[in-house]
Design a protein around this ligand. Structure first.
Ligand code: 17E
Ligand code: FE2
Length: 419
């Protein structure tokens, strides 16, 4: 059942006092007005009930082609990235068009139920038939009513290290992938890794595409492809269109090197995507004790003025058996793992799954303001702190004025609200 709204009432907005009425016409916010008191919602109005209303969640990094394949054909026993790639390589041989479409669509519906309206998915193009890519291009069309989907041409087994790697990447871009991917830390040699980054940046620049590279997803402090990516982004003046995903190795870099690196990162304006649940699970696997967390320097990057967002990465796939589509879970784990539970950090934390992720996806239109598309979610809680304490699914998700999701607020004993 879909329903066209003409207002959201009794909304609380981040960093604003009091209640708001968000008027909607022709699928856009037509006015944002303060309310002097709580009102009763009329026909065609959604009652936010004094809860926080934010822009819809953005999932900036997920692998939908592999979603829901955990245990097929076998389980990842070591819990390493590398065994995950092996398991996936076996599963990949049995992919069919419908198989990919069904799992990806099911996952996107799960995401929509959790208030996600923007998704960037990596799709493995190290497949001579490009089965998953062709299926995902169809999914992008079929699901456009409830999600904006960006597709990354992702060379899981390498560009330089896989037969016809370059041709497959080029073909994926020709067929309509939005974003150029890469995986330099997994190429056979350092030279291959650096060459692949320079090549993929040129490919993106020439074809006017975004870039999102799996970069240094390894606990090896000598994995230093981020500096190559950042230098290329700076040279091409392309930083705002380039995301560095994972950058786990930065969690193992020494401070002197980081000090030099951060100068370049700031100049380049690159976007950063960290997948905390995934990295906690896959990284640190070759350590005994102490064990590293395998997560990039999130607070330091934020303090440097760079945009960092959190993504789920996996949902029940060869790399990670968990995941439920609730980005508040990912955010909660990330804040813990990154020592970011200071109150000022908690208050700003929703940026990590909204605005900063929107910046990584280079979304042209995002936010709650007059004239913008009427897309928003009603959270459970009045402040980011309350929202995070409860981690409840959204009460509502509105897209272009249409009510996509609507559920009863959770009845938690004692309540979720702080005094
Ligand atoms: N592939 C990869 O290279 N890294 C990951 N974290 C996943 C797939 C999920
Ligand atoms: Fe990934």
């Amino acid at each position: 059942m879909t329903k066209q709204l003409n207002a959201v009432v009794n909304a609380r907005l981040q960093d604003q006092k009091g209640l708001y009425r968000l008027e909607i016409s022709n699928g856009r916010f037509s006015a944002i007005a303060t309310q002097s008191e709580t009102t009763t919602a009329k026909e065609g109005e959604l009652d936010a009930g004094g809860n926080l209303v934010t822009p819809a969640f953005v999932e900036p990094h997920i692998h939908l082609d592999a979603a829901m394949t955990a245990g097929e054909p076998r389980w990842n026993k070591s819990g390493t990235l590398f065994e995950g790639i092996e398991c996936w390589s076996e599963r990949k041989t049995t992919l069919s068009h419908d198989d990919v479409i069904n799992r990806a669509t099911q996952t996107l519906k799960l995401f929509a139920a959790h208030g996600i309206q923007y998704v960037r998915t990596h799709v493995d193009v190290t497949d001579p038939k490009l089965t998953a890519l062709k299926a995902m291009l169809e999914v992008r069309e079929q699901t456009a009513g409830f999600v904006d989907l960006q597709i990354v041409a992702f060379p899981q087994e390498g560009i330089w290290s896989f037969r016809n790697g370059r041709e497959l990447m080029e073909e994926a871009i020709r067929l309509g992938a939005d974003v150029v991917g890469g995986i330099p830390h997994f190429e056979f040699t350092r030279d291959y890794g650096a060459e692949s980054v320079r090549w993929l940046m040129e490919l993106a620049h020439k074809n006017d595409r975004l870039v999102d590279v799996h970069c240094d997803e390894i606990d090896d402090p000598e994995s230093r492809f981020l500096e190559v990516l950042a230098a290329e982004a700076l040279r091409l003046d392309y930083g705002s269109r380039v995301s560095a995903s994972h950058t786990c190795a930065m969690g193992s870099y020494n401070d002197a090197y980081c000090s030099r690196l951060f100068r370049l990162l700031k100049k380049s304006g690159l976007r950063f995507l960290s997948m905390p649940t995934e990295s906690l699970h896959l990284q640190g696997r070759f350590d005994s004790y102490p064990k590293r967390r395998g997560i990039t320097r999130v607070p330091e990057l934020l303090d440097a003025g760079l945009k960092v967002a959190f993504g789920q990465d996996s949902i029940r796939d060869p790399w990670y058996p968990m995941g439920n589509g609730n980005m508040l879970r990912t955010l909660d784990v990330g804040l813990h793992a990154c020592h970011m539970l200071g109150m000022s950090q908690i208050e700003r934390s929703l940026e990590l799954i909204t605005d900063n992720a929107a910046a990584a996806l280079d979304l042209k239109e995002y936010g709650i303001a007059e004239g913008l598309l009427a897309r928003c979610i009603v959270q459970q809680g009045r402040t980011p702190y309350e929202v995070l304490l409860g981690q409840q699914p959204v009460i509502a998700s509105v897209r272009d004025g249409e009510l996509l999701v609507h559920r009863e607020p959770a009845k938690v004993q004692g309540g979720l609200l702080l005094q």
